[in-house]
Design a protein around this ligand. Structure first.
Ligand SMILES: C[S@@+](CC[C@H](N)C(=O)[O-])C[C@H]1O[C@@H](n2cnc3c(N)ncnc32)[C@H](O)[C@@H]1O
Length: 302
């Protein structure tokens, strides 16, 4: 093995001696007590979920993410069939790392998949660069998308790819049939509240620009129209609309409850009434609501 050169040595920050807490001896059981009190508090900082209005919310970085993390929400998100687990299962030579604020991932996972409970808006601790970074449905989760994309760029290996998939929450209808409806009011209230709280709720249409600004090349953009409900004639769109309704059926409450009660001081009952009316509108064949969904990916130059 080559000897380290003087130049390399100079680059390394000097090792500062860490002072020892001398209050414990080796046989002192109080040391064990102290250790368990630290590990217990670390564990509880992740596992002590906030319970509020009948739903539970993440504990780590409490309050930063406004959607629940309970079984009902997991079932809703499981409607979308794509996850780090599927990727790790399909391509077994890949090592897949999934990051989330909530420890709600399944325990039975392939050996090449690991989960990290962390805040992806913080510094990323991995030294290695990733070949592929994927993020989906972070509308309403993130305040600074351009910064997140710059960080993704920094942590991608040269030649590697990054893909973000996300919504434009600005719902529309081609025939004006959403005008004056509760579903229109729902999105107006919820989008307004998330925006006032500092979150980006419609990242989809801006992703391409943020990718290019971060330095990605070969940027591809695919835009999909996703109806709400089974009103379209086309079979594929009808199916998409049915899935979107199923997601909305529990997603309307999941989206609105924390943001409207915490930030706008609505009562739970007020939210429940708007959610009930919104669900009715979502299956009303005369209301033709549509959302745009964006899939954007780009490459870091070699
Ligand atoms: C709407 S869900 C989407 C989940 C999944 N990507 C999907 O498409 O089904 C958003 C997820 O992002 C996580 N999240 C939000 N903010 C985060 C942050 N700052 N750091 C890590 N995870 C975060 C939430 O805990 C939640 O699981």
């Amino acid at each position: 093995m080559a000897e380290p050169t003087g130049a390399a040595q100079e680059d390394v920050a000097p090792r500062v001696e860490i002072e020892v807490d001398t209050q414990f001896s080796e046989s002192d059981s109080a040391y064990g007590d102290e250790l368990s009190s630290y590990t217990a508090s670390l564990t509880s900082s992740v596992l002590n979920f906030r319970n509020e209005n009948g739903r539970s919310y993440h504990a780590y970085r409490d309050g930063t993410y406004l959607f629940p993390n309970d079984e009902e929400e997991k079932d809703r998100l499981d409607l979308i069939p794509d996850s780090p687990g599927l990727l790790a299962d399909m391509i077994t030579y890949l090592v897949v790392l999934g990051i989330d604020l909530s420890p709600i991932q399944p325990s039975q996972v392939p050996p090449n998949l690991k989960f990290l409970i962390d805040d992806f808006e913080d510094e990323w601790i991995e030294d290695d660069k990733f070949d592929f970074i994927h993020a989906r449905y972070l509308a309403g989760s993130v305040k600074d998308f351009p910064k997140l994309l710059r960080k993704a760029y920094e942590h991608t290996a040269p030649g590697g790819w990054v893909e973000f998939q996300d919504w434009d929450a600005a719902m529309y209808s081609h025939d004006g049939s959403i005008k004056g409806t509760s579903i229109e009011q729902f999105y107006r209230e919820v989008v307004g509240s998330f925006t006032r709280a500092g979150y980006i709720v419609s990242p989809g249409p801006k992703l391409e620009g943020w990718f290019r600004d971060a330095g990605f090349v070969d940027v591809h953009v695919q835009k999909y129209q996703v109806p709400m409900g089974t009103w379209p004639k086309d079979k594929h769109l009808k199916r998409l609309g049915a899935w979107n309704y199923l997601s909305g059926e529990s997603g309307f409450e999941a989206t609105a409850l924390a943001v409207l009660t915490r930030h706008e001081k609505w009562t739970k009952d007020e939210v429940s009434i708007l959610v009930a009316k919104t669900k009715n509108d979502a299956i009303n064949p005369n209301i033709h609501a549509v959302f745009d969904y964006y899939v954007v990916y780009g490459r870091k130059p070699e």
